[in-house]
Design a protein around this ligand. Sequence first.
Ligand SMILES: Nc1ncnc2c1ncn2[C@@H]1O[C@H](COP(=O)(O)OP(=O)(O)O)[C@@H](O)[C@H]1O
Ligand SMILES: [Mg+2]
Length: 392
Amino acid sequence: MKTPPSAPSGELARISARLAEAEETIRAIRGGEVDAVVGSGQQGLQVFSLEGVEHAYRVLIESMNEGALTLTTDKMILYANQCFARMVKCPLEKVLGGSFRRFLSAEDRAILRPLLKQAAKAGSKIQMVLKAGDGSKLPVMISIRPLARNDSNVVTIGMVVTDMTEARRTEELLRALTHRVVQAQEAERGRVALELHDNITQLLCGVLVRSQTLADKLSVRDGPAKVEALKLREMLGQTAEEVQRISRGLRPSVLDIMGLAAVLDATGKEFTARTRLPLKLTCVELTARLPADTELTLYRILQEALKNVEKHSLARRVTVRLKRQGDSIQLVIKDDGIGFDAANHLLGKKGKRGLGLLGMRERATYVGGVLKVKSVRYGGTEIEVRIPLVVG
Ligand SMILES: Nc1ncnc2c1ncn2[C@@H]1O[C@H](COP(=O)(O)OP(=O)(O)O)[C@@H](O)[C@H]1O
Ligand SMILES: [Mg+2]
């Protein structure tokens, strides 16, 4: 066996110096201290850019509290940060190179497919539920953006995944609270209606009879006194009617007595009589009664919407439509008034935030429906509620 010729000690020192230099360069590259390396290639000296900024982004992405991923359009995970691995309770090595689909339900997979296609051009945002490695579920918001095409002109997709557990919990709490407010409101309305009916109406009736007796006892010779007594009786009659109207509006039992279509019609007529605003009602012919809570929801939403038209809209006309839409029932209340910023009304000035729209939305959601508010400043307002009818 031949022993290699021993290198002169000067050569050895030079090699170990170069090795130390190379090691230092690698350390600096890893640490992000350099942006580019100059190396000698076939065409002489060449600059290899290391895109120093990338390091800062990498540190940011690794340390942030959101999951970050890059995917191919086939949903293969090219890169994921530790936070995403923690979210899906799966070791990072097992996440990388795997498919993103494994963390989604079949339903969400179908939703994601067109989104990714579209994201390759424009980007989008969506709420989904991730299936973690241990079978638990995590509500998330996924923000999808296309990343620059690489050298082979292939698009990669960047995703930021935000844990929505806390936001969902707060949302649920808020909904539970709003629901309790609506329930309390309904109970209070019932109580007030009863008080009005049992006490005020009874009393008013008594006073009305007495004022009639008084008017009868006064003869034409009593002149102005008789006129006053007659006026008094008339005003008391109007007051009793007004109390009746308010009491009727507060009681859900009118629905049982009159049925939804008749109640909507009476509500519209009362509205016009009081406000002098023309209201056009078109109502689908209902062959059977709707579920009681659906009827009450529609009635209360109409009342609340008309209250808003009267209070805020300065409208000249109102239209109300009740119609069947497949397996659901739809109520639309539209005015041609001044409108408002529907997207931000909940953030309105302190002390000016009402419960009306919030309550309407809660009532609709509670019976599985959806409420949409479309409003344009100086372009009118449209409230649309759609409630599914459970076909038994
Ligand atoms: N039909 C409407 N036309 C114009 N503005 C409206 C209409 N409905 C609601 N708004 C606006 O939205 C706000 C919130 O309405 P709501 O939640 O019912 O509370 P409130 O009626 O007690 O103010 C109102 O204060 C008003 O500014
Ligand atoms: Mg209101």
